[in-house]
Write a protein that binds this ligand. Structure first.
Ligand code: IPM
Ligand code: MN
Length: 379
């Protein structure tokens, strides 16, 4: 992988819908994808995702153009800058970004998370964080008597508001009287666009057509009052075909373990979504398989394995690339290449069922790149 920030002069265009690939050949669709390997094991897993994307591209006659961006802890330590404005402007020109991981042991917690990941989520208005929770093989589920038929739901996490906006501050910091305030911001517009996305998504998914609002209406009587009113108003008016359900966040955590089969699509705020999707990831087999998409339906979306940079495994070839590969699948799905995306998922299911011993790092029975090879061959 090339390791430089693409120069602003590089002429990046929104994907050309169709471009002639030669006489007598089919028209080839072409997409530009920005690739941020990031920190730790990020670059290793993204390399395998690209390998699998290329296999799918070949099979489905797509042209995928990758432009590598060097962002992350190393770059920050070198330049003292987490994310230059010019890079944000460049990234805006892509329909999709594939991200490995952000987080470096030598950089103070918060700098890279806020400076890169959250900044991109916010500035690119990726107001949805879409996190599927799907169990591919019974062997990987920590829950007793639950199988792939029981664990197949999607969390729609609001991604631009709530406790994540940075609203608040200190008074009398460092004194015995110190006060720390961290506010949850919930705008009608932000909540509504998230809910509408979730309703549309539930309708399109077409399973039980059930959308569960996950909140805390018994305590957070302002924030979730707004959420709950908007949920029922929008549902009643525009999505009468979608069943509406409600669960408190603590009960949701309980049911993820006890009755995960109750869920179809869950919509929730930023903080609750963060927490319940880590639980969701464990239920589906762990961080080795969990992927998510930061979605701006009208702009640049960013797909990532949801586990961290796992610095202790860096460079050893033991980390599981399946989550990154699934992020690649979500990228194609988002770009509208649903058949190619489905082919990746089928290959991932086949390989996890037939080959992989464990989804945990170092226990797969294969190296990182062998898993990539297996999935690419299966595609
Ligand atoms: C996630 C992560 C991030 C979050 C951190 C790294 C800022 O935990 O993507 O879930 O809290 O959203
Ligand atoms: Mn998280």
């Amino acid at each position: 992988m090339q390791n430089s920030v693409a120069s602003p002069s590089r002429n990046i265009s929104i994907p050309t819908p169709a471009e002639p690939a030669g006489k007598g050949r089919e028209l080839m669709k072409s997409y530009n994808i920005a690739v941020i390997g990031g920190d730790g094991t990020g670059p290793e897993v993204v390399r395998e995702a690209v390998k699998v994307l290329d296999a799918a591209a070949k099979k489905f006659s797509l042209k995928l153009n990758y432009i590598q961006y060097d962002l992350g802890g190393e770059r920050y330590l070198r330049t003292n800058e987490a994310l230059p404005d010019s890079v944000v402007s460049e990234l805006r020109k892509f329909p999709a970004i594939l991200l490995g991981a952000i987080g470096h042991p030598e950089v103070k917690p918060g700098i890279l998370e806020k400076g890169i990941l959250l900044r991109l989520r916010f500035e690119l208005e990726q107001y949805i964080n879409l996190r599927p929770v799907k169990l591919y093989d019974e062997r990987f589920c920590p829950l007793k008597d639950k199988g792939p038929g029981d664990i197949d739901f999607v969390v729609v996490r609001e991604n631009n508001e709530g406790l994540y906006t940075g609203s608040g501050g200190f008074v009398f910091k460092g004194t015995p009287h110190e006060i720390a305030v961290q506010e949850s911001i919930n705008t009608r517009r932000g909540v509504e666009r998230c809910l509408r996305f979730a309703f549309e998504f539930t309708r399109k998914r077409n399973r039980e057509k059930k959308l569960t609002l996950c909140g805390k209406t018994n305590v957070l009587t302002y924030a979730f009052d707004l959420w709950e009113r908007a949920f029922h108003e929008i549902g009643q008016q525009d999505f009468p075909d979608v069943k509406r359900d409600y669960a408190h966040v603590d009960a949701t955590a309980m049911w993820f373990v006890k009755n995960p089969e109750w869920f179809d699509v869950i919509v929730t705020d930023n903080m609750f979504g963060d927490i319940i999707t880590d639980l969701g990831a464990m239920v589906q087999g762990g961080m080795g398989i969990a992927a998510g998409g930061n979605i701006n339906p009208d702009g640049t979306s960013m797909f990532e394995p949801i586990g961290g940079s796992a610095p202790k495994y860096t460079g050893q070839g033991v980390i599981n690339p399946l989550a990154a590969i699934c992020a690649g699948q979500m990228t194609l799905d988002f770009l509208g290449e649903t058949a190619a995306a489905a082919a990746i998922e089928t290959a991932v299911i086949k390989i996890t069922r037939e080959k992989i011993k464990s989804l945990a790092a170092g226990k797969m029975g294969y190296t990182t790149s062998q898993v990539g090879d297996l999935v690419a061959a299966a595609v």
